[in-house]
Design a protein around this ligand. Sequence first.
Ligand SMILES: Nc1ncnc2c1ncn2[C@@H]1O[C@H](COP(=O)(O)OP(=O)(O)OP(=O)(O)O)[C@@H](O)[C@H]1O
Ligand SMILES: [Mg+2]
Length: 475
Amino acid sequence: MFSSIRTKLIASYLILIVAVMLAASFFLLTMLRNYYHEYHADTMVGAASLVRDLVVSKLRETPDVVDISNQAEFVAKRHNVRILVTDDRQRVVGDSVRVDGLVGVTLNRREISDILSGNEIKSRSIQYSETSKQWVMQVTVPVVDQGKIIGTVFVSSSLSEIYNLQNNIKNYLIILTLLSIALAGLLGRYLAQRITDPIQLLTQAAEKMARGDLSQRVAVRTSDEIGRLTRQFNEMAKKLAESTRQLKDFVANASHEMRTPLTSLNILVKSLREYPLEAEEREEFLADIDKELERLIRLVENLLDLTRLDRLAKEDTMSVVDIVPTVANTLSMLQRRAEEKSITLEIRLPERASPVFAALHQIKQVVFNLVDNALKYTPAHGRVEVVLSEEGDCLKLSVSDNGVGIPEEHREKIFERFYRVDKARSRELGGTGLGLAIVAEIVKRHGGTIAVEDGPGGIGTTFIVTIPRYKLPPE
Ligand SMILES: Nc1ncnc2c1ncn2[C@@H]1O[C@H](COP(=O)(O)OP(=O)(O)OP(=O)(O)O)[C@@H](O)[C@H]1O
Ligand SMILES: [Mg+2]
C-alpha cells in the first residue's frame, strides 16, 4: 500500500520540518535567554549603584547596620532582588532581608574579595543555589570613598522566572513541532497520492495494453508533468490502435484480393481435369489461368514492394543523382504500350536536371505506375503527357491524360492501399489498387509531395509529384 514515492515524500517533509523547528527553537531560546540576562544584569547593576550611593557616607565610620539595611530593603523591594552590603573585610553590615538576615556574618565569596582587592570593577555571575534550589544571578559593585574601596554592594536575584518562561516556550515549540509533523504527514500523503494515483492508472492501462487491449485511455486531470505524460500516453495508445487496425485491414484486404484469382484458378484447373476439352478450349482455359497467375504475381510483387518500403532504411538505397536518364528509360518502355492502344504519349524532359537525393529504382516505379494508370484509364486515341521541370527548390513531374478522370470525392482516397474507384473495371484491367499507394509511399520517403488535379481542359486527370532538390548539408 505504501508506494515508495509516497514514503520518500513524507519522509523528506518530516526531516525538513524537524530540522527547521530544531534550529529555530535553538536560536529563539538562546536569544531570549541572552536578552533577558543582559536586561536583568543592567537592572541589578542599577540597584547596586543606587544602594552604593546611598550608603557610601555611612560606611566611613562604624556603620549603622539598621540604617544601611533600611536603605537596602528600600531598593531591594522595588527591584525584587536581595541586597547585601559588606565592609572592607567582607563582613555584612546591611541586608535587605530583615528576618534571618546575614548581618554580622563574614561573606567568604570570591566575587567580593575580588572587588575588595581592586582586581575587578564589577562582577557578575550565574550560579545554582543549593539553599534555594534555583538558578540565581549575582552582581557585585565596590563602594569607593576618596579613591579607597571601603566595602561592596552584593545583589542577587532568582532567574527562575526566565527559566520557567523558557520551559513554557519549549513546551509550546514541542507541541507545535508535533502538530507540524502530523500536518506534514497528512499533506505529504495527499500530495503523494495526487502523484502516484495517475501513475498507478497509467501503469494499469499499460499492463492492459501489453495484454492486447488497445482501447485503454487514462483521464487527464491536471496540466502538469503528469498530465502531459498522460496525454502523451493516450496519444500513443491511439496511434498504436490505429496502426494495428491498419495492419489488420491490410492483411484482410490482401487476403481478400488473393482469394478472387485463387478461386478462379481452382475452378479453371478442376474444369481442365474433369471435362474432356477440345484443344482450342484447352488453350482458352490455359490463357485464363495465365492471366490469373499474372495478376497474383503482380499482387504479391506489389505487396512485397510495399513491405520493403516500410522496412528499408533510406540510406540503404538512396544517393545523389540526376533522374532524367531513368525517367526517359522508363518512358521509352511504356511507349510501346501507348502505341498498342493508339494513345499519343507526349514526353517533355530537360537534358539534365538538378541532382536529387533519390533511389533510382523507386523513381522508376513512380513514373511507371503513374503513366501505367494514365494509359489504363484513357480510352484509345487519347493523349498522355509527361513533363519534368524545375520548380523553385524542387523537381516537378506531371503526368496528365484526357481519360475517364477521377471524381472529386475519390481523390483523397486513391492513395490508400487497395482503393479503386471502379473495382470491377480495375480488376478487369488487372489492377491491384496498390500502384498509387506505392507511389505515395516512395514520394514520402523522398520528402516530396503528390497531388491530383483535373486533366488539361478539365478532362481526365493530372498527377503532380515534386521532389526536393539536393542541398549540400551545412558543414
Ligand atoms: N490516371 C487515372 N485516371 C483515372 N483513374 C485513375 C487514374 N489513376 C488512378 N486512378 C484510379 O485510382 C485507383 C487506384 O490506382 P492504383 O494505381 O493505386 O491502382 P490500380 O491502377 O487499380 O492497380 P495497379 O496500379 O496495382 O495495377 C484506380 O483503381 C483508378 O480507379
Ligand atoms: Mg495503377
